[in-house]
Design a binder for this molecule. Structure first.
Ligand code: GLA
Length: 387
């Protein structure tokens, strides 16, 4: 993969000088959805698919960007003297958001670079190709210019770039999962404190199968920010009587006692999901530690049901993949993953059943939805690094 990126670099920007190569992964969340901006827990892992970059410093103040995934856009050439967001800069706003955020933190770069990106994460799939570019770019810049940025700060910088520069009010999960990824481990992260623990993922011969709806979605124009606002409003209503800083501080029982404080049925459902999903995530990690994969799978299914009925972020495509997936032999659990509204679902499937699973779910999906889904059997990989 890196050979493809390097070849691309030499073709676009020429050979010679010091060309350095880097990688950052994508991520999939196993459970704990829409909890990361509610002070709850998440349980994502980094993947072995991700984004590659080849880069060379320049002597002047130009920043030249090229992506092998968007070749028709050609080289997008910008200057360090104008780093503001511009819609027409397209995907380059992600790396430029990092340049701008670093500058805000006093880490100004005075010399430009030529860079080629090559991603193996399907675009718009909800496997965090944009967070992968952000974390990768931060890692590239700190390595090139000698800034001290550890991986947790890298994640926080990526999240700020996404919130303030791109304008998507995301939580910390994606950038954290990518920046802190560890082979064969998922990350049990408390988003209220950023305390985290690595949990080994031993699926006893089962595989993680990602199912892509191939429905195009963009976080920015989805209902993501609306859901976040609904949760904030529900929290404010609860806070009139209950002493909490976030929905993640409530148990299911406490929520049931206090939910009458939330003035609309819709907001009650949104808050219910945030509270129950957080508790489910804690239970799921315990189940995994106890070696109870069957319970982990059941909690995944309950997570999907809640995202469909209470949080209302699934849609016919994700629901079809999950319900067809759950009919198959050897399936342990399945649920949507990421923001929802399209994107991907994740299933845990016994290895000997994976081929039939893909064949059967693929056929049923195409029949129901009218176009094909894609399937990836993925492995859990490490975080960002120089190659
Ligand atoms: C997107 C956001 C994350 C998180 C998930 C939902 O991936 O970027 O911060 O909120 O949706 O769990």
């Amino acid at each position: 993969m890196i050979e493809t990126c390097l070849e691309g670099f030499k073709k676009i920007f020429g050979d010679g000088g010091e060309i350095r190569s880097f990688f950052a992964p994508g991520r999939v969340n196993l459970i704990g959805e829409h909890t990361d901006y509610n002070g709850g827990h998440v349980f994502p892992c980094a993947l072995t698919i991700g984004t590659y970059a080849c880069v060379r410093k320049r002597d002047d103040r130009r920043l030249n960007f090229y992506s092998l995934n968007f070749e028709d856009l050609g080289v997008i050439s910008l200057s360090l003297d104008d780093i503001s967001y511009k819609k027409e800069h397209n995907w380059v706003n992600y790396p430029m958001g990092i340049v701008a955020t670093l500058k805000e933190d006093g880490m100004e770069i005075n010399q430009g670079f030529d860079i080629v990106y090559y991603g193996t994460i399907p675009n718009s799939s909800g496997l965090s190709s944009s967070a992968s570019i952000e974390v990768l770019t931060c890692y590239v810049i700190k390595s090139l210019y000698g800034f001290e940025i550890d991986n947790i700060n890298n994640a926080l910088i990526g999240q700020r770039a996404e919130n303030n520069y791109i304008g998507v009010n995301c939580g910390i999960m994606d950038q954290f999962a990518i920046a802190m990824g560890k082979k064969d481990h998922a990350i049990f992260l408390d988003t209220a404190t950023l305390n985290y623990e690595y949990a080994p993922i031993d699926l006893a011969g089962a595989k993680i199968v990602i199912m892509n709806t191939n429905k195009k979605r963009g976080l920015g124009d989805s209902k993501y920010n609306e859901r976040r606002a609904e949760c904030e409003e529900a929290l404010a209503e609860l806070k009139t009587k209950v002493d909490i800083a976030s929905l993640g501080q409530l148990t299911e029982e406490e929520f049931e006692v206090e939910k009458h404080l939330i003035g609309s049925y819709v907001r009650q459902k949104r808050a219910k999901h945030a509270v129950y999903e957080n508790q489910r995530t804690i239970k799921a990690v315990k189940a995994l530690k106890d070696g109870d994969l069957a319970l982990f799978g059941k909690l995944m299914i309950a997570s999907h049901d809640s995202l469909r009925d209470d949080y209302e972020v699934t849609g016919i495509e994700l629901d079809t993949l999950v319900s067809e997936g759950l009919k198959q032999e050897g399936v342990i659990g399945a649920r949507m993953t990421g923001a929802g509204f399209g994107g991907c679902a994740v299933a845990i499937v016994k290895e000997e059943n994976v081929d039939d699973f893909i064949k059967n779910v693929g056929a049923a999906y195409e029949k129901e939805i009218g176009y094909a889904a894609d399937f990836y059997v993925v492995e859990i990989g490490d975080g960002p690094r120089e190659l």
